[in-house]
Design a protein around this ligand. Sequence first.
Ligand SMILES: NC(=O)c1ccc[n+]([C@@H]2O[C@H](COP(=O)([O-])OP(=O)(O)OC[C@H]3O[C@@H](n4cnc5c(N)ncnc54)[C@H](OP(=O)(O)O)[C@@H]3O)[C@@H](O)[C@H]2O)c1
Length: 265
Amino acid sequence: MTKIAVIGGGQIGEALTGGLIASGFDGQDIVVTNRQAERREEFEETYKVKTTDNNQEAVKGADVVFVCVKPYAIVDMLAEINDSLAKNAVVVSMAAAITLDKLEGAVGAQVSVVRSMPNTPMLVRNGMNIVVPGENVTSEQLDTVKELLSTVGKVLEVTEDKMDVAAALAGSGPAYYFLVTEALIDAGVNLGLTREQASELANSTAAGAGQLLVESEQNASSLRYGVSSPGGTTVAALRELEESGIRGAFYRAIDKCVERTRSMN
Ligand SMILES: NC(=O)c1ccc[n+]([C@@H]2O[C@H](COP(=O)([O-])OP(=O)(O)OC[C@H]3O[C@@H](n4cnc5c(N)ncnc54)[C@H](OP(=O)(O)O)[C@@H]3O)[C@@H](O)[C@H]2O)c1
């Protein structure tokens, strides 16, 4: 049975723990760390996992160590747990914008490290996790990491040169869809819908369109053609969006997101 350590039981650490438990992993094979006693109790009660505030103890004997602390804390955290890692352990960093080079530098040359980037739909087990394996990672370790992450959504492996762009689409992506949804709600309210009505319409439409994109055999363009009757109402709305520069805005937004990530590396 795979032994798992989750270092930093915050939002992402909890989402992962919840996904693992819901998929049938035994809580006694998972140890979660947090500095707050109250938070540790919450994990024990809700997920029946082991907890500790001692990160070094937590990683002893763990096959997979998910490090879910904030990016500014990850290098120090890796240095803290380094000597306690099991020989065959694989360390998975969930920290945004921290390169494999930095991660591997912090744990030492022999350790297997996977750089991963989740997104917040992971909280409802519908996330998109991007993974980049470091050079010491065996195919067996990578398969295990992918299997564990797939309890909270989809997993896509990329090479590190693609990570920043992939993260700009999926890691930051939920924010773009939330912004579009907010704008639709305000537009509906502007024309007389109550905020509740507009929210229900926009939220359910976002969820339904998302599900259709993933489940249908058609790509985004064909799905859009399907709701764009010639000379119709939707085409009139789409023309307005195109003339307002929505496509160019997304090209520029993704450029900016990648540029910002690279300035932080
Ligand atoms: N949320 C997202 O949308 C998202 C998306 C992609 C990637 N990520 C990445 O996921 C990681 C976690 O983000 P998050 O949103 O889950 O942050 P978070 O909710 O703040 O969780 C971080 C957790 O780590 C704990 N922690 C910090 N230092 C610790 C230590 N020395 N020992 C034990 N626990 C410690 C914190 O506990 P304390 O309360 O004690 O500080 C907190 O519970 C980040 O690196 C972030 O870049 C997040």
